[in-house]
Design a protein around this ligand. Structure first.
Ligand SMILES: [Zn+2]
Length: 317
């Protein structure tokens, strides 16, 4: 898979990396390229491209048929979730290489019986705006500035490259959400909470939905967001079979509380859509606690809290 020229070179001197700089797309691709050289059993492909033409990588760990999917960084300010997923990939691969045991199984057993698909950064353009700002050379510069209330400070940008909040662009409760949006005065594109002109209008969301439509081996999803230390597992009145039991286990492992999304957060997200479309378990994990964007220094503590969940999730499906 060729991800183009703009991939930084990372010098991996340690087996398990420290993440010391904000993780934009280029930095992430540097790590992923290093991982794929170092761990030939890990496979990398792409689900599609972002608005700005960035190829969205998907990593597969394992060759078992029954699979889970982990998704990070729907939102620009939440690239911490990409750091958490890279750390997990790194650790999984090191343990697999040594055929180590973790929690209740050996990695070689997990690898041969289950697969974990990981999309560390669904919204590379939004992450880029949040970390690096928006340059005047951006073809959407004038429009973006207007969406951002004429501010050049994009540090609170959550949406994709053209102001659509990806976690409201899924086809579930879209019409109801549009009404709430109108009441809030959210117009055509915004740093957060604008759902787009129609469900799956955004290439990032369309690519992920199609991937799920064509990969029936995926049996459950974990979507990582920040923040709040909460787990959501329902979509309105709906709950997929076994979700409640799994959610209770994930809550015990992480120390995160089970919750129900309220207000605008209750519509149009991946968890909602996946439950309503496929009736399979899907969980939104609100990682960490504080104010977004969470400081990078928090990542190790958060990783420690969610580590068992990431390793054990495939064994529940
Ligand atoms: Zn989020």
């Amino acid at each position: 898979m060729n991800f183009g020229e703009n991939t930084a070179k990372i010098n991996m001197q340690k087996n398990i990396l420290d993440y010391k700089v904000p993780l934009d797309y280029n930095v992430m691709m540097g790590y992923i390229n290093e991982f794929s050289e170092r761990y030939p059993f890990m496979s990398v492909s792409s689900i599609g491209e972002s608005i700005m033409g960035r190829s969205i990588p998907i990593i597969r760990l394992g060759n078992g048929e029954r699979s889970v999917l982990y998704v990070g960084a729907h939102h620009g300010m939440e690239w911490m979730t990409s750091v958490l997923l890279l750390r997990f990939i790194n650790e999984y691969c090191e343990l697999f290489k040594k055929d180590s045991r973790i929690y209740t199984y050996t990695l070689s057993y997990l690898f041969s019986t289950k697969s974990i698909y990981i999309i560390p950064m669904l919204n590379p353009d939004g992450v880029d705006y949040q970390i690096n700002g928006v340059g005047e050379d951006n073809p959407l510069y004038e429009r973006l500035l207007k969406m951002n209330q004429n501010s050049t400070d994009f540090t609170h940008w959550q949406a994709n490259a053209r102001g659509v909040d990806l976690n409201h662009n899924y086809n579930c409760g879209f019409a109801e959400y549009k009404q709430l949006e109108a009441e809030q005065g959210i117009g055509e594109g915004a740093p957060t909470r604008f759902s787009g002109n129609m469900p799956e209008s955004e290439p990032e969301v369309g690519a992920l939905c199609n991937f799920l439509r064509f990969n029936d081996d995926i049996k459950a999803i974990l979507t990582l967001h920040t923040q709040g230390e909460e787990i959501y597992y329902t979509s309105g009145e709906r709950t997929a079979p076994r979700s409640k039991t799994i959610a209770a286990t994930l809550s015990r492992m992480t120390g995160y509380l089970l919750g129900t999304p309220e207000g605008m957060a209750a519509y149009g997200g991946l968890t909602d859509w996946y439950i309503s479309e496929f009736n399979k378990p899907s969980f939104t994990i609100e990682c960490g606690r504080g104010e977004n964007p969470l400081p990078l220094d928090d990542y190790f503590k958060i990783y420690t809290d969610i580590r068992e969940m990431l390793f054990m999730m495939p064994t529940f499906i």
